[in-house]
Ligand binder design. Structure first.
Ligand code: AMP
Length: 210
């Protein structure tokens, strides 16, 4: 199955992508994680992306389209994949079409803006492996420490309140039009993000089946 997860930053796409990945045994591909990894490794692409990420802006389309082209060409994508955080603009969605990628479903996780700002303040990520946690909704077993690799948990620079407002603005202006784009193709399924992660996951799994 070839899936796209849509939703505002902090709506819980990454967590749901992990759940679907476990259930369907297909890779979850996060352009945000790929870019952060490149930044950590100091690659040219990472350096190019840094100023955009720090400002809460989108990285230019040609950069992320290149990332996705390379990633989807890898063997583990042969039986399907979940795209988390791509596409984020209409030209990115059109590029997927041009690549001949036939998306089965687009799951849009809806969370009101007021809740997003609350949620983002509690989000923490592992400095080493990028795994994501939340101080209230997805606590690590040991405070401040990653369950998976023991790395230190930190707040992402772009999760600070001012940058979150910029990211939400960018989301509404550039990413939200994708709902219409995929609704017209009959692919859009809306999931209301719930307080409890497991309730959102149950709704996401139901959306995969209808
Ligand atoms: P995320 O972890 O998905 O919230 O992504 C973090 C940041 O990476 C975003 O705020 C953008 O600056 C950049 N980014 C990730 N995916 C994309 C994309 N598809 N298009 C443009 N920029 C992206």
């Amino acid at each position: 199955m070839k899936l796209i997860l849509l939703g505002a930053p902090g709506a819980g796409k990454g967590t749901q992508a992990e759940k679907i990945c476990e259930k369907l045994s297909i890779p979850a591909i996060s352009t945000g994680n790929i870019i952060r990894e490149a930044l950590k490794n100091g690659t040219q692409m990472g350096l190019k992306a840094k100023s955009f990420i720090d400002a809460g802006q989108l990285v230019p389309d040609e950069v992320v389209i290149g990332i996705i082209k390379d990633r989807l060409a890898q063997n583990d994508c042969a039986n399907g994949f979940i795209l988390d955080g791509f596409p984020r603009t209409i030209p990115q969605a059109e590029a997927l079409d041009e690549m001949g990628v036939e998306i089965d479903k687009v799951i849009d996780i809806e969370v009101p803006d007021e809740k997003i700002t609350d949620r983002m303040s509690g989000r923490r990520v592992c400095k080493e492996c990028g795994a994501s946690y939340h101080l209230l909704y997805k606590k690590p077993e040991k405070e401040g420490v990653c369950n998976l690799c023991g790395g230190e948990l930190v707040q992402r620079k772009d999760d600070h309140p001012d940058t979150v407002l910029d990211r939400l603005k960018v989301y509404h202006e550039q990413t939200e039009p994708l709902k219409d784009f995929y609704a017209k193709k009959g692919k859009l399924r809306i999931v209301e993000g719930q307080e409890k992660v497991e309730d959102t996951t149950a709704a996401t799994f139901r959306a995969l089946e209808d």
